[in-house]
Design a protein around this ligand. Structure first.
Ligand code: NDP
Length: 309
């Protein structure tokens, strides 16, 4: 029987996970199909319940459901437990296990952007959703001593800070209101900026005005489509120390998920090549259909996260 894997999200049209995972499954000779499943919040519980069936190998969970899915699984691994977010589900008989492969993937991306320099200690994070939880967890465990989280809806950033309360007791982890003057002051004190909001997904918008970005900042954007986001272009123009989009993180969270579902080593080079081919296809400018699809995705992302706040 052909097994099923699904990416559960809303929107999912922007995702390159299907191309990356299907190529890896085919190369490993695993009879399984990876499908994109657009699932709204009210539909989520039923869809997750359906994953208990024998035809499923598991699932990925993406924007905006990573936190919402936590109580719907039977067991959480350490990374899922310590972030309160799940991006990968595996099945043990009829029991569902929630994992968070964004955690190790963000660590790889952070190490890569920092390179040979000493690990910085100060960061600003934009966004407080499921992705931001993996980022903040990664910054805490990497030894950061001051992390400021800005979110459009402040209460969600405050909830995130409360969640990490104990593991962040030795350092300064704060939620602050999304005011440009406050962001500017905090950026002037920080070494690293991570955009974990969905602003810029499928469009040329930046979460912050270019003038706020000081030189010499390391800037990571979890968004990977478009490849050069407005934030990263502005950061490069401001003289940033290093910039990185979400490709590295996407690749490594996908590779870790593949290993959990199949028990086999992920064909990393093949997955990277698939990802690059998908992104290179955007390079001459997205065609009209793709722009429409991505615009809808971004609007849905914004609306959904707004509604849920
Ligand atoms: P969530 O839905 O959980 O969170 C979305 C976040 O974006 C919230 O902080 C939300 O703020 C914010 N946001 C949405 N619209 C706006 C807006 N118009 N202005 C300001 N803030 C806004 O999604 P995820 O955390 O799962 O994903 C966030 C982004 O990170 C997505 O673009 C996703 O693709 C990317 N990502 C990439 C990964 C990778 O591997 N490269 C891994 C994980 C995430 P509010 O709470 O106020 O609504």
């Amino acid at each position: 029987m052909t097994k099923r894997l699904v990416l559960i999200g809303h929107p999912v049209a922007h995702s390159l996970s299907a191309a990356m995972q299907q190529a890896a499954l085919d190369a490993a000779g695993i009879d399984a199909r990876y499908e994109l499943l657009d699932v709204t919040a009210p539909e989520l519980a039923d869809v997750v319940e359906g994953l208990r069936g024998e035809d499923y190998l598991g699932a990925n969970v993406t924007i905006p459901h990573k936190e919402r899915v936590v109580p719907m699984v039977d067991r959480l691994t350490d990374d899922a437990q310590s972030t309160g977010a799940v991006n990968t589900i595996t099945r043990e008989g009829r029991r569902l296990v929630g994992h968070n492969t964004d955690v190790p993937a963000f660590k790889v991306a952070l190490d890569e952007i920092v390179g040979r320099q000493k690990m910085p200690r100060t960061a600003v994070v934009l966004g407080a959703g499921g992705g931001a939880r993996a980022v903040v967890h990664g910054l805490i465990t990497a030894g950061f001593l001051r992390v400021i989280v800005f979110n459009r809806h402040l209460h969600r950033a405050e909830g995130l800070v409360r969640f990490f309360g104990r593991s962040a007791a030795h350092m300064e982890l704060k939620a602050m209101p999304w005011h440009e003057s406050i962001i500017e002051v905090e950026l002037s004190k920080a070494k690293v900026l991570v955009n974990a909001s969905s602003v810029g997904l499928g469009n040329d918008l930046s979460p912050i005005p270019a003038e706020l970005i000081p030189p010499d900042l390391m800037v990571m954007d979890l968004v990977y489509r478009p490849r050069l986001t407005r934030l990263l272009a502005d950061a490069a123009a401001a003289g940033s120390a290093a910039t990185m989009n979400g490709e590295v993180m996407l690749l490594h969270q996908g590779a870790a998920a593949f290993e959990l579902w199949t028990g086999q080593a992920a064909p990393l080079d093949l997955m990277r090549a698939q990802l690059e081919a998908g992104l290179a296809a955007d390079a001459g400018g997205l065609d009209e259909a793709a722009v429409g699809e991505l615009d809808e995705s971004a609007a849905a992302a914004s609306a959904t996260t707004g509604d849920s706040a």
